[in-house]
Design a protein around this ligand. Structure first.
Ligand SMILES: [Zn+2]
Ligand SMILES: [Zn+2]
Length: 87
């Protein structure tokens, strides 16, 4: 049997079901909590990897990069390559 959304809520609050426990069900449902947990975890992992990448970038020596245009006259991309030290 399905509770009509416009019926008084079965919890006895006197509100309509759609304004009472139906919303609570959506807000604090287990599925919702798991989804939020997963999103939080995913964001955390993403931030950790991102931070690690930034730290790695500044911690390791990188060859000096120079920007150049390639031979293709229609190419609008600025290419980059390591500067070849001719010493
Ligand atoms: Zn209720
Ligand atoms: Zn190009």
């Amino acid at each position: 049997m399905k509770t009509n959304r416009n019926d008084p809520c079965p919890c006895g609050s006197g509100k309509k079901y759609k304004n009472c426990c139906e919303q609570k069900r959506f807000q604090s449902g287990d599925e919702n909590r798991i989804t939020r947990l997963l999103i939080t975890a995913a964001v955390g992992v993403f931030l950790a990897i991102f931070l690690w990448g930034v730290i790695e970038f500044f911690a390791t020596d990188h060859p000096e990069m120079e920007y150049y245009k390639c031979d293709n006259p229609n190419c609008t991309i600025m290419h980059s390559r390591p500067v070849t030290g001719s010493n």
